[in-house]
Design a protein around this ligand. Sequence first.
Ligand code: ACO
Length: 431
Amino acid sequence: MNNDTVTIIDNNTGKQLVCPIKRGTHGHPVIDCQDLPKTLGMFTFDPAFMTTASCESAITYIDGDEGILLYRGYPIEELAVKSSYLEVCYLLLYGELPTCQQMDDFTLAVKKYTLVHEGLLHFYRGFRHDAHPMAMLVGVIGAMSGYYPDALDIKNPEHRNRSALRLMAKMSTVAANCHRYLIGRPFAHPRNDLGYVENFMNMMFSIPSEPYQLNETANRALELILILHADHEQNASTSTVRLAGSSQAHPFSCIAAGIATLWGPAHGGANEAVIRMLQDIEDPKNVYNYIKRFKDKDSSVRLMGFGHRVYKNYDPRAKIIRESCHQLLHELNAEHLPLFEIALELERIALEDEYFIERKLYPNVDFYSGIILSALGIPLNMFTAIFALSRTVGWVSQWSEMMEEPNLRIARPRQLYIGAAQRKFVPMEKR
Ligand code: ACO
């Protein structure tokens, strides 16, 4: 008997299918049941893809039970302290850490694309004064599909690379200008004499009439946030990018689809929702009572920043960012920031509560990232846009990997139909 197979038997017909078991470098093996419809005339039923591996990927590995996150094999803990965001981008995109020369060339290549077409500024002006930056980001990045006809051939690796670099470079200009539009500041141009993070901070906060003083502590904290959010294998937004990409859509449209998915509070929108929740709690002494609503079976509200589909022990990014959060607030002399005190109390009470213990609900990365972004003076409505900025490299890396597949096919899930049985049309006068 072949041990590397699983046999599925239909007890009604006695027909059986021997499915190969596929094993990756790390992690759970998967059952390859692609022949199921052909052999047994059935599909698998897996709402929310709780047990489905939708692709092969060599980019990111997560072990949710052990709290492990690897980018191209390198532990997130090491990258967080030894690497820079752009170096992580290179690693995710090309698979290896760069040499000095490769890093210099890559940095220059990204900088070359930071400017955005002036025509795009008209798209910003079409938004209401109180639009959410994520709505603007979806719109402006989607609109960019119409601006770069020199890289339209998605089967051409050189075109794909150009689109990937453009997206990473322009996302920071586009995101910062969403903020500027909403507060009535003139649009900012990128400064290529600055590093990636410094340039973003400069575009966010500088004003034309005065020099802007960059803050080293703030830049370091933001760089860490970008590294920690850069990729996270087949999460909802990345799967959306892959699904859109499988139809051979333009990469800018695929990334716009990813941004739209990220916006939801169950995903990237959680960092903003955490702060709104902490503001609503108002005082650490209110935490004990406030937390009761999250345990109520009849209520659908959730403790934002807690829980994860994959991490059921702890989120390794949360561990790193928690430490950084303490350090940053200490350096900025802001340890007594009321939001932080409420967050610490919430974390303490939830981690001792049976409800959260039983369900293995721990703080995720978004529980702390919002506090750091608040301390850096980033407005609340920009939190998820910054997540999108950081995740762009993950999306384009996953998209590029998929486009390299020799047998790329359009992604098309099936369904279990539970609607009306086939019936005859009844003319309106007889209904
Ligand atoms: N607060 C209270 N209860 C929760 C929470 C929470 N944050 N998360 C899960 N639960 C409960 C569920 O009600 C369920 O309870 P039950 O077994 O009594 O029905 C149980 O824990 C399992 O929950 P699921 O919904 O099956 O967990 P799932 O893996 O589908 O959801 C998710 C993961 C969406 C992240 C969820 O934990 C959540 O909504 N968290 C809050 C939002 C959040 O922080 N999102 C950011 C995720 S990280 C990221 O995107 C970067």
